[in-house]
Design a protein around this ligand. Structure first.
Ligand code: 4AD
Ligand code: MG
Length: 429
């Protein structure tokens, strides 16, 4: 019977068959040690020449790395074996022979590995990182489902910008100009009046001409939006959300974090309430550190790292100058030059993982802001409608899933946290 490697432990003593790919082979004289990966795990198979037919032994000799293979044998629980179980083979077949597999055990450069991303996915670190991503996505859905949010899938093809016009990917839509979505937020806000608490999760696109370890052209974002939630409520929701996700990763991804050699004590600190500073205080911290930065300047990647390093938990930066942020942000009632905006900066140099705000709910103020930002009114008419027909205060935020996953995994670059990264000038494979 074909058994997934993951379930082998409960078949100890039975004759089992495993189908998969040969991850590694060692042979010493009349005995072979083969690591077979089937997608659910990797199992060590011991093949002794005396136990198998002549044909099977020839197959052992011929098998190469990443050939498709099938082994039959007796499963044995053995704490010393990697994964805690081993197969003592009685038969072995090569079903598809691999020749010249490009990724060998020697060190390869990242450019080479990225060219072979479709094969690199098979490597243990890549599998670990993508399994963490998968768990994070499931945890996101569970978090919002458990709290009675309704999933509102937002469109990918849109007629407007949400986060500034400089990073839009434009495309032709039957003779009209369309853009790939930068954020689902504008579509969530109207849905709040239908469902109260909503969220979306999907790919978003930014033509950012920046080649940094924190930027992808296509990344996934989760965005909650809640009716009658004020700024304080949004900050609390973000805090609870990030703590929940970190807890899930710790709980369910211990094996993957071990493969990635992640220092889990760093993740264990991601719980409870997080420190908060205002934008003004952040500028003061940076100036004290000797940075040449003035009130009104945006943070660079290095600035975010300096700020985050001042704390061992994620830190909220709040109350940014109105001019620095998107058109839809509610002004601070105590200082109309500031907006009720927040960024959450992750520790260890992972930068901004969340951006959010309370939204403007006054129709005329929103109209004024659209004009100040030199955005066309016509394509935003439907968005203004939300303020016309039963307006309500509301808040929300967006979290970049790759940034969060990279932080959990302790990876230096976002590209390993998405199966097929889209980076500056790179769209292959
Ligand atoms: O701060 P941003 O631009 O906020 C928005 O898009 C809001 N409309 C969200 C909302 O309030 N509903 O982006 C949100 C997050 C960032 O904090 C970051 O984690 C991630 O999206 N992000 C990127 N991740 C990878 N590559 C990029 N180029 C990213 N740009 C933003
Ligand atoms: Mg932002």
């Amino acid at each position: 019977m074909t058994i997934p490697v993951r379930q082998l432990k409960s078949h100890s003593g039975e004759t089992v068959t495993v189908r998969g790919w040969l991850a590694n082979k060692r042979r010493s004289g009349k005995i072979g040690f083969l690591q077979i990966r089937d997608g659910s795990g990797v199992v060590q198979t011991v093949i002794s020449r005396a136990d198998v037919s002549e044909e099977a032994w020839e197959e052992v000799k011929r098998a190469t790395q990443e050939s498709t293979v099938r082994v039959t044998g007796i499963a044995r629980v053995d704490e010393r074996a990697p994964g805690g179980v081993e197969i003592q083979a009685t038969d072995f077949v090569v079903r598809s022979l691999t020749e010249d597999y490009p990724i060998t055990k020697k060190e390869h450069g990242t450019a080479f590995l990225m060219e072979h991303r479709h094969l690199w996915l098979r490597s243990s670190r890549q599998r670990a990182a993508l399994a963490v991503r998968s768990e994070v996505c499931q945890a996101i859905r569970d978090f919002y489902y458990e709290r009675n949010f309704t999933l509102i899938d937002s469109p990918i093809l849109t007629p407007t910008s949400c986060e500034g016009t400089s990073t839009l990917f434009a495309t032709d839509y039957f003779g009209e100009q369309a853009y790939l979505s930068q954020s689902g937020q504008l579509y969530l806000e109207p849905a709040c009046a239908a469902f109260g608490k909503v969220y979306c999760m999907g790919p978003t696109f930014r033509a950012e001409k920046s080649k940094t370890r924190r930027h992808l052209m296509e990344f996934w974002m989760v965005e909650p939006e809640v009716a009658f939630l004020d700024f304080e409520g949004a900050v609390r929701l973000a805090e609870e959300f990030v703590g929940y996700l970190a807890g899930r990763v710790l709980d369910r991804c211990a094996d993957q974090l071990a493969v990635l050699e992640r220092d889990v004590s760093k993740i264990e600190k991601v719980t409870g309430s997080f420190p908060r500073i205002t934008y003004r205080e952040a500028i003061e911290i940076l100036q004290k550190e000797g940075k040449e930065i003035a009130f009104g300047d945006d943070f660079g990647g290095e600035d975010e790292t300096i700020l985050a390093n001042a704390f061992d938990q994620p830190v909220f930066v709040t109350h940014f100058p109105v001019d620095m942020k998107a058109f839809y942000m509610q002004p601070d009632p105590e200082d109309s030059e500031l907006s009720l905006a927040m960024d959450l900066l992750a520790p260890e140099g992972y930068g901004e993982i969340i951006g959010g705000s309370q939204r403007i709910h006054d129709h005329d103020l929103l109209l004024e802001r659209l004009q100040q930002h030199e955005l066309p009114i016509e394509p935003f008419q439907w968005y203004l409608d939300v303020r016309k027909y039963g307006s309500f205060p509301h808040s929300g935020f967006g979290m970049g899933i790759e940034r969060f996953a990279a932080w959990m995994c302790g990876l230096g670059h976002l590209r390993e946290t998405i199966p097929y990264p889209r980076m500056l000038y790179k769209i292959y494979p």
